[in-house]
Design a binder for this molecule. Structure first.
Ligand code: 5AD
Ligand code: FES
Length: 351
């Protein structure tokens, strides 16, 4: 690490922002030394706000039916090998019941863009859950919908919405998505969600095909400007039934570097250490936490569908019951000196 990089890292940790070319330089020239310096600052700043707590969110994968055809995604419409499923209203509530009894207080309903889940149906699911449990937060991760739809779901009781921007570089966005999808619409969705009042999460894959240090710098500038409450990042992992099947996966090192940088951009951000990171390395999720992440998302989906929600190859946690997943993650976090916290886990304001 040269002195310029050292000074850049110092400045990021003090001012929480950098120029695009400085982010780019951090990515291009990263080595063990610069990664560990970033990590040190990131963990220190996170500890000042969240201590040793790691928030848990119970993930319920409600449907792998999707009208979109994102080139990287295993559940893309054109994948005829995907064994499709959707959970009924009652099945979703049963998953949440199991989770609630295990102590979870945040549920993430995630799925493909499946027209079966109309606003009426989702409103019913959300209000039933909120009626049954008055101390939970509901996060939705159901892709692009209209302003009105987002508003109705918010009014029904949804608290948070995750919609990864995927890449803040429009040309790159075009390479990763079919013609029918647009960068502008994705960005408009994110601003609608914010305007409506959701806690909003954006995010991207690390090492996606044709990603460059320049496009990553744009992602980081976007995060700096948008100031999301949450940010989901994980390595790209090829899926055998997609056009990107022969592309290389993202690395643990670069993903962890970016987690540290994002923590320093927004010290109180809710930052998950993702299943994808746990998939490319046996201690990937631990490494993510040790780089500045503070959220883990154990899987609460019925075991019968787990394998089917395969966005990428070799996804972990597909055979374990919800209780086992929670236990496994609690142990993993304890082993590295952290403790799992099951309350709502809202973003903390910086004192
Ligand atoms: N590898 C890693 N992450 C993926 N996602 C989709 N496909 C893949 C893949 N092959 C991510 C996208 C999406 C989120 C739900 O999962 O970023 O927003
Ligand atoms: Fe699911 Fe370890 S977290 S098996």
């Amino acid at each position: 690490m040269n002195n310029d990089i050292r000074r850049t890292i110092q400045r990021l940790s003090e001012n929480h922002c950098l120029e695009a070319d400085e982010y780019e330089a951090l990515v291009v020239s990263f080595d063990e030394e610069s990664a560990s310096l970033l990590q040190e600052y990131a963990v220190k700043q996170r500890k000042e706000i969240y201590g040793n707590s790691v928030y848990v969110r119970g993930l319920i994968e409600i449907s792998n039916i999707c009208k979109n055809d994102c080139l990287y995604c295993g559940i893309r419409r054109s994948n005829n090998n995907a064994d499709r499923y959707r959970l009924s209203q009652n099945e979703i509530i049963q998953c949440a019941d199991v989770g609630y009894n295990l102590g979870f207080r945040t549920f993430v309903l995630q799925g493909g863009e499946d027209a079966y889940y109309t606003d009426d149906l989702l409103e019913e699911i959300i209000s039933r859950l909120k009626c049954k449990y008055d101390d939970i937060a509901i996060t939705l991760s159901l892709g692009e919908r209209s302003f009105d739809s987002y508003k109705r779901l918010y009014d029904a009781g949804a608290d948070r919405y995750l919609l990864r921007h995927e890449t803040a570089d429009e040309m790159h966005y075009k390479i990763l998505h079919p013609e029918s999808m647009s960068f502008d619409n994705r960005m408009n969705c994110l601003s609608s969600l914010r305007q409506i009042g959701y806690q909003v999460g954006c995010g991207f894959m690390v090492g996606s095909p044709y990603q460059t240090p320049k496009s990553l710098a744009k992602d980081l500038k976007f995060i700096e400007k948008f100031q999301p409450d949450m940010c989901g990042i994980g390595p790209f992992i090829p899926h055998k039934d997609t056009v990107f099947k022969n592309e290389a996966a993202g690395t643990v090192e670069l993903t962890c570097l970016l987690l540290s940088i994002i923590r320093l951009i927004k010290p109180n951000i809710l930052l998950p250490s993702t299943t994808a990171l746990g998939t490319i390395h046996p201690f990937g999720r631990e490494r993510g936490i040790q780089s500045g992440a503070n959220v883990v998302m154990p899987n609460l989906s019925p075991v019968s569908v787990r394998k089917k929600y395969e966005l990428y190859d070799n996804k972990i946690c597909t055979g374990e019951e919800s209780a086992e997943c929670k236990e496994c993650l609690s142990k993993r976090m304890e082993e590295i000196g952290y403790k799992i916290v099951v309350d709502k886990g809202d973003i903390k304001q910086i004192p």
